[in-house]
Design a protein around this ligand. Sequence first.
Ligand SMILES: Nc1ncnc2c1ncn2[C@@H]1O[C@H](COP(=O)(O)OP(=O)(O)OP(=O)(O)O)[C@@H](O)[C@H]1O
Ligand SMILES: [Mg+2]
Length: 281
Amino acid sequence: MNEKTAPTRKPVRVITVTSGKGGVGKSNLTLGLALALAKMGKKVLIWDADLGLANIDVLLGLKTTATIHDLLNGTKTLPEIIADGPAGIRIMPAASGILELGELSEGQKQRLLSEFDDWNDDLDFLLIDTAAGIGGNVIYFNLAAQERIVVLTNEPTSITDAYALIKVLSTRYQQNSFHILPNQVTGPKEAKNVFGLLSSVADKHLNQVSLSLLGYVPKDESVTSAVRAQKPFLITAPDCEASLQVVNVARCLAANAPDQLAGGGLVFFLNRLASFGGTVD
Ligand SMILES: Nc1ncnc2c1ncn2[C@@H]1O[C@H](COP(=O)(O)OP(=O)(O)OP(=O)(O)O)[C@@H](O)[C@H]1O
Ligand SMILES: [Mg+2]
């Protein structure tokens, strides 16, 4: 470690927004949280790690062409692939081909690390919108990040799949700490109920897993209208109940920073991401 520079590095918070089941609201909540944090004066980059149907560029109506593949190929620099979003947030667009984190060459790993190095001091939060499920990259991003937000809804399949993701990360990879964020619920009571169902199974079957309820986001027609308009609901309807709760969640996150020494920071995250090899089943 470079003793001269390492202790003075700004502690970037690297957080995944993840889920067991697809379509629960990860991309919308990632975008909402990014905007809420930006409005609090934080510098936020979203890494869109899932080329789903409604990925971050689609939700913003952005047309992006360059992706992380261009950076890894050496044809583009990081500033050339990052897109500007509203309120000063920035977006690393989803890759059009599968990004095989386990198959990066040494040169590509070094390139990833050195390109991000210049950004460290210009960022407070890196939010990663992962794919759903327990595929290789989902596991890699969740292990490399310092914090994980598991989004789920009040459906048995969503709760079961959230549990399956937490189970894999904790039993196979010793990752034991998770923020839980119920989405599309009717209110705090239902959120607590969903959290209670998940924690009771986790407490029963998993050792030393720590789940914390981060807040909740209600089901809100403003979210669906914003998705149709390709504009973030935090901008089209800043006073709707979903926006107000996303702001609460962002405040809660900002007020509760983990100990950066325990696996934090952008460089630490990238080093860990670049260190994974082989496939994860
Ligand atoms: N709080 C909410 N209120 C109402 N509708 C919502 C809410 N959150 C999400 N939705 C609806 O769910 C849909 C899926 O949301 P989103 O694309 O954010 O999920 P996702 O978890 O990222 O999906 P995927 O797994 O495919 O990436 C949205 O298009 C929207 O219609
Ligand atoms: Mg998504």
